[in-house]
Design a protein around this ligand. Structure first.
Ligand SMILES: [Zn+2]
Length: 365
């Protein structure tokens, strides 16, 4: 027994020593990596090669969408609201941190409404920006919008500013980013895409003129191999129809940022059905947009698999909201959870609800 106990003790202490040696070896290996190879650590934070990442950042009913291309080159579409102790800049920084980027190469301001351009002063206070892009001077005769434009010009003084027109491109390694609409004008054809007659134009109703900045929205098509993403800012019905009727220059898309946060002044059937998104993300607020008629049009569009939402549209009913697992912020405002898309050039992509950590895969077509 003694021998057996002794042997047992010996072997258990040997095992303990072996475990300690292993633990030390693992620790030492990590320490060596940290001390000798900081570039290895950085590599873990930089965007994986071959991926496009898109963050639909929750700015409580505004727009802020961060795109990070396969080489780490980046585009931020809109900056959310001003105020709230820099809330929206902080949320943009959160997405940048997740993507492993330290600066934003291009910021596109779709138009000069507060929920899109209002966050610029706080953004430039915290983030290095390569250039600002916009559709040119404010066209809306309203005190708030004039003030937004003046504040924007002041905030970006010293930065490079470029006015974009339909057909212009935004240079991001590995991506083709084409401006479809700007200042009320639109593109006739996208290089590499054959415009096709749009069968949904015949049944589209007439839309009123819109004298606001919404109709001037700079809208983009992002092409990454076989993957296509459409973001038209707050473009309203008449300009949507002008863009895709009688011929649709966009073709179909994989991901559609629901225009104008799901307002029913936008999202005409003629465009939503024609671009035939596989997945849509609606950047509504808890108490802003996500209107039932627009929700229904997107939900019913042919080929749509899922309609993700940044918030439950609390003024709407359960029949006009997606199930909770598709919603980043199901209750009220303030939580700030984003939806994160990772796309591959073969056209496959995933969407992650950062609240739940759940990821859904969408295979290539
Ligand atoms: Zn808006």
């Amino acid at each position: 027994m003694k021998t057996a106990d002794h042997d047992h003790l010996q072997s258990s202490s040997r095992r303990r020593l072996a475990r300690q040696a292993c633990a030390f070896a693992v620790f030492a290996a990590f320490a060596v990596c940290f001390l000798l190879a900081p570039q290895w650590i950085r590599a873990q934070n930089s965007p994986p090669a071959g991926q496009l990442r898109i963050y639909s950042i929750d700015v409580e009913g505004g727009q802020s969408t961060l795109l990070v291309g396969p080489s780490g080159s980046s585009l931020l579409v809109d900056t959310g609201w001003p105020g709230n102790n820099g809330r929206d800049a902080e949320r943009i920084l959160g997405a940048m941190h997740d993507a492993g980027i330290k600066r934003i190469d291009h910021v596109l301001i779709t138009h000069f409404h507060t929920d899109h351009v209002g966050g610029v002063p706080e953004l430039v206070a915290h983030v290095e920006v390569g250039e600002f892009l916009d559709h040119g001077e404010n066209r809306e005769d309203a005190a708030d919008t004039r003030n937004n434009y003046a504040t924007y010009l002041k905030a970006i003084a010293g930065h490079q500013r470029r006015i974009v027109h339909p057909g212009d491109t935004i240079p991001i390694d590995g991506l083709s980013v084409v401006v479809l609409t700007a200042d009320g004008e639109h593109i006739g054809a996208v290089p590499g895409i054959e415009p096709v007659p749009n069968p949904y134009c015949a049944s589209e109703h007439a839309w009123p003129d819109d004298p606001t900045e919404n109709s001037r929205s700079a809208g983009i098509l992002v092409i990454f191999g076989k993957f296509k993403f459409l973001d038209l800012g707050d473009l309203t019905g008449k300009k949507e129809v002008a863009l895709v009727c009688p011929n649709n220059p966009i073709g179909t898309v994989d991901l559609y940022l629901v225009t104008h946060h799901g307002m029913d002044w936008s999202n005409s059937r003629a465009i939503v059905d024609a671009v035939h998104p596989r997945v849509a993300i609606m950047n509504n607020g808890a108490h802003k947009a996500g209107m039932p008629a627009a929700w229904q049009i997107v939900h019913d569009s042919p080929g749509l698999i899922d309609l993700w939402q940044l918030h439950t549209a609390e003024g709407s009913d359960a029949a006009h909201n997606s199930p909770e697992w598709l919603i980043a912020n199901p209750k009220g405002d303030g939580d700030g959870h984003a939806l994160k898309v990772v796309a591959l050039p073969d056209g496959s992509f995933s969407v992650t609800n950062t609240r739940t950590g759940m990821t859904k895969q969408y295979p290539r077509k």
